[in-house]
Design a protein around this ligand. Structure first.
Ligand SMILES: [Zn+2]
Length: 109
């Protein structure tokens, strides 16, 4: 995952749909939060020299990795998606939509 958000807390909350008031700074570019009552852990990295933005490197929910579907942009469990060689992670709905257009998908898994 490499998503850039503003480094003011709101960037993470809005981007990941975190529950209000649950975002906690735990350490160096390391945060925890809740999302719909689930435990979220977020690892980030600086994304510019002024430190105004940060890059989301990884997000886990209850210990399971979350990723974005590259086609619809939805955040979901990586284990519920497949990784296409060119496009990256695709959710089941998008896999079917793309294949129904006659495009061939080649999965890494
Ligand atoms: Zn999708």
């Amino acid at each position: 995952m490499n998503k850039i958000v503003t480094n003011d807390g709101k960037g993470l909350i809005n981007e990941l749909g975190l529950d209000a008031g649950t975002l906690k700074h735990k350490g160096n570019y390391w945060f925890t939060a809740q999302k719909d009552g689930n435990e979220i852990e977020i690892h980030t990295a600086p994304a510019d020299e002024e430190n105004e933005t940060i890059e989301i490197k990884s997000v886990t929910m209850n210990g399971e990795e979350l990723e974005y579907c590259e086609w619809c942009g939805e955040l979901m469990l990586a284990s519920e998606m497949r990784k296409e060689e060119q496009m990256g992670y695709l959710c089941e709905r998008c896999q079917m939509a793309i294949e129904s257009r006659g495009e061939e998908l080649n999965y890494e898994d």
